[in-house]
Design a protein around this ligand. Structure first.
Ligand code: MG
Length: 310
């Protein structure tokens, strides 16, 4: 939580001008740069060796992940990606082939989403590889989805399956751009975020921004096979549900809609994206608590999960 406290402190008095529709505090900044029907989305993100990847990883996957994380944030706003700048910081002695392959991964996923890479910077960093991406996107003014729009009684949905991402998915996930665009075009999505830190933490961001609470049903949370395997392999016993709530780097979509849209949305999703799960996991309530309901009773959910597991 230290990171969030620091961000809150740093962002309290950032300079603004009249182009800023939404500044810091959502998945992307939203800017009105004078385009008639569209806002510009603006995002930056970095991956660091040892934190987000190991150098033993295939370099293509490292490059891919660096960009895919940013694309996932564009998706969370209901937008489309436009162009990116790439900064790579490398140790003094670096392997040229390694860097070329990072770019191969970057270029492939950029091309797949119609994104142009329009420049960047190469610099030195004594010990670790760092890749930083700055990304521009566009979103229809009327379809831009923020974290702050959740309303009491909204149904809460999550795409895909959660947990155990470290087993491999964190390098291979597909940013949900097509799904998010479809949602934005066909339904009035009240709020949305992409899952980077874990459901328990990221849902809090929506609740905080929207000044509401939520009731979540444990049995409705989609738990990935990787999270189940992880629980079986590590006798240390992190329950799969806890993995699904807190592992992070799932890069799935978490969003809320009016309850009356829930059934048509589920129905439409199944036809449009038959291979991707969509789960209704709970509802928005008044107040600011985040409660997990399961067989053992009701627990308050924190960013680390729940207090005791029955
Ligand atoms: Mg995000």
């Amino acid at each position: 939580m230290k990171e969030f406290a620091l961000i809150a402190e740093l962002t309290r008095s950032l300079p603004k001008n009249d182009t800023v529709v939404v500044g810091s505090g959502d998945d992307c900044a939203v800017l009105d740069l004078g385009l008639p029907d569209q806002f510009v989305l603006f995002k930056t993100d970095a991956v660091v060796e040892g934190m987000h990847f190991l150098t033993e990883c295939e370099p293509e996957k490292i490059g891919r992940k660096a960009l895919a994380r940013c694309l996932s944030d564009i998706a969370a706003m209901g937008g489309a990606a436009s162009s990116a700048l790439v900064t790579i910081a490398l140790p003094k002695k670096f392997d040229v082939e390694f860097v070329k392959r990072i770019y191969t991964g970057l270029n492939e996923i950029a091309a797949a989403h119609g994104l142009a890479i329009v420049g960047g910077e190469t610099t030195t960093n004594p010990e670790r590889v760092l890749i930083s991406i700055s990304l521009l996107g566009l979103v229809d003014k009327k379809k831009c989805i923020l974290r702050s729009g959740a309303k009491v009684n909204d149904a809460i949905f999550v795409s895909g399956e959660l947990g155990g991402s470290l087993a491999g998915r964190h390098l291979e996930f597909e940013p949900r751009l097509a799904e998010a665009r479809w949602l934005a075009q066909n339904f009035q999505i009240h709020s949305m975020i992409d899952l980077s830190d874990g459901l328990a933490s990221d849902l809090r961001h929506i609740l905080h921004a929207s000044k509401v609470g939520a009731d979540i049903l444990a049995s409705a949370i989609p738990i990935s096979r990787a999270a189940k395997l992880q629980a079986r392999a590590e006798s240390s016993s992190k329950p799969p549900l806890l993995s699904a709530l807190t592992d992070g780097e799932d890069f799935e979509l978490l969003f809320t809609v009016n309850t009356k849209d829930a059934v048509p949305l589920l129905d439409g999703w199944k036809k449009e994206f038959p291979k991707t799960k969509l789960s209704c996991i709970g509802k928005i309530i008044a107040g600011h608590s985040l409660k997990l309901h399961d067989k053992g009773g009701v627990r308050e959910l924190s960013a680390k999960g729940y207090e005791h597991f029955a």
